[in-house]
Design a protein around this ligand. Structure first.
Ligand SMILES: *Cc1c(COP(=O)(O)O)cnc(C)c1O
Length: 378
C-alpha cells in the first residue's frame, strides 16, 4: 500500500510534490488545442517523466516523445500509447529495440538515415530533423538553432535526392516561447523545406511551446495551426511539449537545517540547487519561494543554500516576514518539470521523495530514495 499523509508538514523532506488538479488543468488546455486545431500532442519525457501521472496524462495526450532507448522503453511500458523517438545519434546495438518500440523514428542526419533506414523500414515511420535556422532562444545552452548547432539538418546539407522512405520532417527550435516564436520558426521552416512537404505524411513542430503559461496566446496557436493545415491538408501535425505539461504543477518542499552568519544570514536547506534543481544554476534563474519576497522586500533577509560542499550551491537571496528557524519548511515553486529528470546524487545527497497531491488532504508518497540509489550508480 502506498503511504499517504494529509498535510505537507508530514511529508518526507525534501519532496517533489505534483498536484494532480494542476496537472489536469494543463492537460485539458493541451487537449483543447488538439481538438480545435486537429493536431496530435505528445508528452516530451525529457522534461517531465513522472510515471505515476501517466494514466492521467494518457487520458488527454496521444503518447510520448522519447530521446532514445530508455525513454522509449518507459513510454511504451508505462504510458502505453504512441512513441516518437528522436536522438541526435543512435547506436547500432540499440536501434532494433528502438524501432520495435517506436511509431516514429526521427534521424538527425542523412548519415544516420543511411545507416539505419533498412532496420527501420516497415517498423517505424521515418522522419528527418531539420534545422530551420531560426534562432530566437537567448540562452545558448537551450538554443537548438544557435551557431554550429549539431541538432537537425541545415538546408545547405539537405540531400533532396535521398528522401526515399522518409515520411516526415521534424523541427525543434523553441524554448519556453510564445506563438510569435513558432511563427518565425515555421516561416523559416517552410521557406527552406516547404517544397519537400508534398511527399511527406507528417510534420513535427517539436517542443518549447509554453502553451500552459498564463500569457500564452492559445487562440493564436490554434489559428496558426489551422492555417498551416489548410495549406497542407495531407499532413498530420504533431507537437511535443515537455515543460508545458509540467508547468506550475507543483513544488519542492525542503527543511531549514541550520542558519549561519557571514556578513548576512544564510539558511542551509536539506536540498540542493546543484543536485535537485540544476536549471537554477544552468539557466540561471531565481525560483519563487512561497511566502517570501525579493532580497530586500521583507524584514528578514536570508541567502538560501544547499546541503552540499559546492560553494556555489546557492538558490538565491530571499526575505520573509518572520525570522526563519530550524525545522521550518521552505516551498520552492514550480519544481516539477526539468527537475526529477535531472537530479543527481552529487555529494551523496539524498534524492527528494516523489509525492502526488490527490486533493487537499491526501498526499500520496510514491517514491522514497536512500543510500541504495547512490550506491547503485557508482
Ligand atoms: C526538449 C525537446 C522537447 C521538449 O521541449 P520543452 O521545452 O520541454 O517543451 C521536444 N522535442 C525535442 C526534440 C526536444 O529536444
Amino acid at each position: 500500500m502506498m503511504k499517504t499523509v494529509n498535510n505537507i508538514n508530514e511529508l518526507p523532506s525534501p519532496s517533489f510534490v505534483c498536484e494532480e488538479a494542476l496537472l489536469e488543468k494543463n492537460l485539458k488546455l493541451l487537449s483543447h488545442v488538439q481538438k480545435e486545431a486537429d493536431v496530435t500532442i505528445l508528452l516530451a519525457l525529457k522534461g517531465f517523466a513522472l510515471q505515476s501521472t501517466f494514466e492521467l496524462c494518457g487520458k488527454y495526450l496521444q503518447g510520448c516523445c522519447a530521446s532514445g532507448l530508455h525513454e522509449a522503453i518507459l513510454a511504451s511500458k508505462e504510458f502505453k500509447k504512441e512513441v516518437h523517438t528522436y536522438s541526435p545519434a543512435y547506436k547500432e546495438e540499440e536501434i532494433e529495440q528502438i524501432v520495435s518500440l517506436s511509431n516514429h523514428i526521427v534521424f538527425n542526419s542523412f548519415n544516420q538515415l543511411k545507416q539505419f533506414k533498412e532496420k527501420a523500414l516497415g517498423k517505424a515511420s521515418i522522419g528527418l530533423r531539420v534545422n530551420p535556422e531560426y534562432s530566437s532562444v537567448e540562452v545558448d545552452l537551450y538554443n537548438p538553432c544557435g551557431a554550429y548547432s549539431r541538432l537537425g539538418i541545415t538546408k545547405k546539407n539537405f540531400l533532396e535526392d535521398k528522401l526515399d522512405g522518409v515520411d516526415g520532417l521534424h523541427f525543434h527550435a523553441l524554448c519556453e516561447q510564445n506563438v510569435d516564436a513558432l511563427q518565425g520558426a515555421l516561416k523559416n521552416f517552410e521557406e527552406k523545406f516547404g517544397k519537400y512537404l508534398s511527399s511527406m505524411k507528417w510534420v513535427n513542430f517539436g517542443g518549447g511551446h509554453h502553451i500552459t503559461r498564463e500569457d500564452y496566446d492559445v487562440k493564436g496557436l490554434i489559428d496558426l495551426l489551422k492555417d498551416f493545415k489548410q495549406r497542407y491538408p495531407h499532413l498530420k501535425v504533431y507537437l511535443e511539449p515537455g515543460e508545458a505539461v509540467g508547468w506550475q504543477t507543483g513544488y519542492l518542499v525542503a527543511t531549514v537545517l541550520d542558519i549561519v552568519e557571514n556578513g548576512m544570514k544564510i539558511a542551509i536547506l536539506d536540498t540542493s540547487a546543484e543536485a535537485h534543481m540544476p536549471d537554477t544554476l544552468a539557466m540561471p534563474y531565481r525560483p519563487d519561494i512561497r511566502n517570501s519576497g525579493l532580497a530586500n522586500e521583507k524584514k528578514y533577509r536570508y541567502r538560501l543554500g544547499g546541503n552540499t560542499c559546492l560553494a556555489g550551491d546557492i538558490i538565491g537571496d530571499y526575505s520573509f516576514d518572520k525570522p526563519l528557524k530550524m525545522g521550518d519548511k521552505i516551498v520552492l515553486e514550480d519544481m516539477i518539470h526539468y527537475t526529477m529528470v535531472k537530479t543527481t546524487t552529487f555529494n551523496g545527497i539524498k534524492l527528494p521523495s516523489i509525492v502526488i497531491k490527490k486533493d487537499n488532504s491526501c498526499y500520496q508518497i510514491v517514491k522514497n530514495f536512500g543510500y541504495n540509489n547512490y550506491e547503485a550508480r557508482l
